[in-house]
Design a protein around this ligand. Structure first.
Ligand code: LHQ
Length: 258
């Protein structure tokens, strides 16, 4: 039983809801642990084909719980990042199924990192984002120094990280930080429509995710080699056979994720 997250499995689609609404889902040790466990469970569950991460209450995630009092020395910070935050971000990135962040309200500090680590990010129009790190004398962490410049370019990322100003979902959409913003009362409807579509997609989706993510680091030669490996892998899947058969037979494919 989890206290700080709610894990809901709806067949092909799973949802993790961060559940510390009284502090806008700030991350304490327990939440980090339970989130990590839920991500591992999602990764292992072959029947779950798409994951949604969202926040309970009016916030998405306010970053680290500043009231936890668990960072008293630089060594504490190293432990917290290495044991809690970095593994969570890596898991979201490495899980071989699409992950959607449904940003229902404010995302601050490592909460923005969490939103951006997902493969697709959809935000409610009233949601907002703030790289609050600098406001408390810290640096960007939990992967955001990697994600943000790749999304918005160096200059804009630098401005956001140095100033820590709050910006709204429309601005995030215009800058390409999120895929799109939607009216508040349509958020979960839109997110679940997309999640269900992805959950009915082919085996190759996991490989596609890997390829697109690896392109950020790879040279063209490496990218071509990685693409070749992934495509050889996909070519052995039942879904590939089904996809070609369905095309030839002019019908919709029935993918099974194998
Ligand atoms: C909170 C928090 C919070 C505790 C709102 N903690 N209670 C750092 C250290 C360690 C390891 C790893 O990495 C990091 C990286 C980081 O994440 S650093 C950034 C940490 N986060 C922040 O600095 C954000 C702090 N919060 C805010 O600036 C505001 O709360 C935002 C802009 C998120 C929302 O503002 P409002 O909508 O005006 O809400 P509020 O400020 O009234 O917050 C509501 C409640 O949530 C309030 O409690 P209360 O008892 O007064 O109702 C806040 O104290 C609590 N809360 N964030 N991070």
């Amino acid at each position: 039983m989890s206290e700080t997250i709610i894990y809901q499995n709806d067949g092909g689609r799973a949802t993790i809801t961060l559940n510390r609404p009284e502090s806008l889902n700030s991350v304490n040790g327990k939440l980090a642990y339970e989130l990590k466990e839920a991500l591992l469970r999602t990764s292992d569950d072959k029947d779950v084909r798409c994951l949604v991460i969202t926040g309970g209450g009016r916030g998405f995630c306010a970053g680290a719980d500043l009231g936890a009092g668990d960072i008293n020395t630089p060594g504490d910070m190293r432990d917290v990042l290495q044991d809690r935050y970095n593994p969570i971000i890596k898991l979201i990135r490495d899980i071989e199924k699409p992950v959607i962040s449904a940003v229902n309200g404010v995302a601050a500090g490592a909460g923005v990192s969490l939103a951006l680590a997902a493969d697709i990010c959809i935000a409610a129009e009233s949601a907002s984002f703030v790289l609050a790190f600098v406001k408390i004398g810290l640096c960007p962490d939990a992967g955001i120094s990697y994600f943000l410049p790749r999304l918005v370019g160096l200059k804009k990322a630098m401005e956001m990280a140095l100033l820590g100003e709050r910006f709204d979902a429309k601005t995030a959409e215009r800058l390409g930080i999120i895929n799109r913003s939607v009216p508040d009362d349509k958020l979960m409807q839109e997110v679940y429509a997309l999640a269900d579509r992805l959950a009915a997609g082919p085996y190759s989706q996991g490989l596609i995710k890997k390829l697109i993510n690896s392109s950020a680091d790879a040279q063209l030669g490496t990218a071509l080699e990685l693409e070749t490996q992934a495509q050889v892998n996909a070519a052995g899947s039942l879904d590939f056979k089904e996809g070609v058969s369905a095309f030839m037979e002019k019908r919709k494919p029935n993918f099974i994720g194998r």
